[in-house]
Design a protein around this ligand. Structure first.
Ligand code: GAR
Length: 203
């Protein structure tokens, strides 16, 4: 299965997907393209180091967000990918893009959704004072982090956590969970029924 990865930041999740899936010939999973929305995203360097084609697409170069999405869609189609994996991608898609790839866009988010959606999940978590947070992997729908949830893992919030220490422990869980979910998708184990996603162990 060919996948496209979209990233805006450092790309540690991308690196895990490269190391555990792309570089493992037995996984049957190839990262066919990595698209960043910032030229300087370190994720693009990680992809280039792994020999994966990369593109940087800047929203400022397009008249509107539909045109920006259309360019991303074009690149994805050039590379013939079956699923779009968001790995720290911080832009929202417009509804036509989401409809086109319904249940084929997967996102990872550093909280237990529906708590703390959006771009500031970790600071919002600390501000609120919850004791348990975690990681959510979900399909993307038209809302902000509202799509059907595939998997979640809890992470304890410690009294002396700051943003960096909490995010670091969340990322340990992200790096375990994300490759597993992408493998489930590739193996046809994910069945979406309304808001529920069933993981069929023997698909
Ligand atoms: C990850 O923690 C991911 O959950 C988060 O960005 C980080 C990217 O890290 N995504 C969001 O907050 C999406 N709303 P990475 O670049 O090291 O993979």
């Amino acid at each position: 299965m060919k996948i496209a990865v979209l990233a805006s930041g450092s790309g540690s999740n991308l690196q895990v997907l490269i190391d555990q899936l792309h570089r493992d010939e037995n996984s049957g999973i190839e990262i066919a393209v990595v698209i960043g929305d910032r030229k300087k995203a370190y994720a693009l360097t990680r992809a280039r180091n792994a020999g994966v084609p990369t593109y940087s697409v800047d929203a400022k170069d397009f008249p509107n967000r539909e045109a920006f999405d259309a360019e991303i869609s074009r690149l994805i189609e050039v590379h013939d990918t079956e699923v779009i994996v968001l790995a720290g991608y911080m832009k929202l898609f417009q509804p036509p893009f989401v409809r086109k790839y319904r249940n084929r866009i997967i996102n990872i988010h550093p909280s237990l959704l529906p708590a703390f959606p959006g771009a500031h999940a970790v600071p919002d978590t600390l501000k609120y004072g919850v004791k348990i947070t975690g990681v959510t992997v979900h399909f993307v729908d038209e809302g902000i982090d509202t799509g059907p949830i595939i998997a979640q893992v809890p992470v304890r919030v410690l009294d002396d956590d700051d943003e960096e220490s909490l995010h670091a422990r969340i990322q340990v869980e992200e790096h375990r969970l994300y490759p597993q979910v992408i493998k489930w998708f590739a193996e046809g184990k994910l069945k979406v029924s309304g808001r529920k996603v069933i993981v069929k162990e023997s698909a």
